[in-house]
Design a protein around this ligand. Structure first.
Ligand code: ADP
Length: 456
């Protein structure tokens, strides 16, 4: 079978499908990445706020009762925060005096706290002081500021009151956003670099998946192509024969009555062949489309088989064959189905047995039952079917060694029709065959109501 990659239409469709997959996946992944990024940034920001809030809250509550004069740090405040560095005084960091439980995060690198008067003058600081951080109106609770070096800081700004409930100034607890920004930048970079790599993988997977999804479609497309080719070929043979016959009759001058009769007989024969072929094709396509209304009749299989034997006996004798029946059951076997189609099904098997059994052979038609099925076997002592082709013979137009069977006139539709009728009756049709010894076709039909579609 031709590879799908060599078919332009399928290749284009596969490419297009891959494109759609990649586009949709790209969009979904980008949205997921963006959502992940913003959720992560939000979570970090939230954690940062909580941390600063808790330190600022503790300081605020601890300090307010000790604040007396607005904008002035009392010694009692310095007691609470010994590492407090007053404005204008050079401070030396003293690691041993740290009061971690009061200052918490402010002890860490990058954190700071500062006290400002209401007009924005720095009174005292703790922790790493940002370089010349400007003062922003104290009313805003959260402030993000940038120092001269372009580093960002974020702090909470609380208004402190003296013990006499007078506004004292501001307490600001904040931290550098450097690590926060770096972390987000790394995540952004990873996401941006990861996306093309992921898209590359998605493209490969999509191409493979598109191929996988299209394989069955391609197979049926090939089958239809094959079928059309085979049908055209089968139709061409009788048409060409008719044409040749007519041409030679037209050339004969004068055309005798006997010649005219013989010509017409040939044309009639070819015409019958065409009619048969077209009827068979029509039957198959109607069955495919489930448009053939099968009848739901009570069919007596014993009577059906004896009718078939009656019909084919003469042909069997003429072919030098013996035709026998073996009924392995006393009572009549009755099932529900379409009598005409079942007749056609068994007749096709018997015709084949006669066609493919050389002179002196034996054909046996058996009827038996199991609990659920009526079993009909058509056994011959004919040429047999090679094992490798035993499944293909049920395909439309398939013939084992078509050159040999050409003279039999069969188009290779007999078993395809038999199979379609069997399936419509929810039965099964199998073959067992040994080359040069014979074949046995076994048909099993359910004894209970069996017509699969359009029965009534
Ligand atoms: P055809 O019109 O050629 O008989 P079928 O569909 O009935 O088409 O059968 C398909 C092919 O299967 C035949 O061409 C023949 O090669 C093989 N075949 C079918 N029945 C038999 C049989 N009883 N013995 C040997 N070969 C058979």
């Amino acid at each position: 079978m031709l590879s799908m990659n060599k078919n332009r239409l399928f290749n284009l469709t596969r490419l297009r499908l891959t494109g759609y997959y990649v586009g949709v996946m790209g969009l979904i992944l980008s949205l997921c990445g963006a959502a992940f990024y913003s959720m992560m940034a939000e979570a970090h920001w939230h954690a940062l706020h909580r941390e600063l809030e808790s330190v600022a809250g503790t300081l605020h509550d601890g300090l307010e009762p000790n604040l007396k004069q607005p904008g002035t740090i009392n010694p009692s405040v310095q007691k609470i925060i010994p590492e407090l560095c007053l404005a204008g005084v050079t401070c030396v960091a003293n690691e041993t005096q740290t009061h971690r439980h009061v200052l918490g995060a402010v002890q860490q690198e990058g954190y700071y706290a500062r006290f400002l008067t209401q007009s924005g003058q720095v009174v005292a600081t703790v922790g790493q002081q940002p370089d010349q951080l400007p003062f922003v109106g104290g009313d805003e609770l959260w402030q993000t500021l940038t120092d001269r070096q372009g580093r960002r800081y974020h702090h909470i700004s609380l208004l402190l009151k003296t013990s006499g409930r007078q506004p004292w100034g501001y307490l600001q607890v904040g931290r550098s956003l450097q690590s926060f920004d770096e972390h987000l930048a790394t995540t952004r970079l990873l996401l941006l670099l990861g996306l093309p790599v992921t898209m590359l993988l998605v493209t490969g997977a999509s191409w493979w998946l598109a191929g996988l999804a299209m394989r069955p479609v391609y197979q049926s497309y090939r089958q239809i192509q094959q079928f059309t080719g085979d049908a055209a070929h089968e139709l061409r043979t009788p048409l060409a024969a008719t044409k040749a016959t007519i041409e030679s009759a037209l050339e004969a001058d004068p055309l005798t009555a006997a010649e005219a009769r013989s010509t017409l007989q040939t044309i009639e024969r070819q015409n019958n062949r065409l009619i048969q072929l077209v009827q068979d094709l029509l039957l198959l396509s109607r069955m495919d489309l489930q448009m053939l209304p099968l009848k739901s009749q009570t069919v007596k299989l014993n009577a059906l088989i004896s009718d078939i034997v009656d019909e084919f006996e003469a042909l069997a004798i003429a072919s030098g064959l013996q035709l026998e029946t073996e009924i392995g059951i006393q009572q009549p076997v009755v099932l529900v189905g379409d009598e005409e189609q079942l007749y056609r099904l068994i007749a096709n098997l018997v015709t084949n047995a006669i066609q493919y059994t050389p002179k002196g052979g034996l054909i046996v038609i058996r009827l038996s039952t199991t609990q659920e099925y009526a079993i009909i076997q058509v056994q011959d002592t004919g040429i047999g079917i090679p094992e490798a082709e035993q499944t293909q013979i049920f395909d439309r137009f398939y013939r084992v060694n078509s050159d040999r069977s050409r003279h039999t006139g069969g188009a290779g539709l007999g078993l395809a029709i038999a199979q379609a009728i069997t399936q419509a009756h929810r039965g099964s049709l199998r073959v067992q065959s040994t080359l040069n010894q014979g074949s046995t076709f076994t048909l099993a039909l359910p004894l209970t109501r069996s017509v699969a579609f359009y029965g009534n």
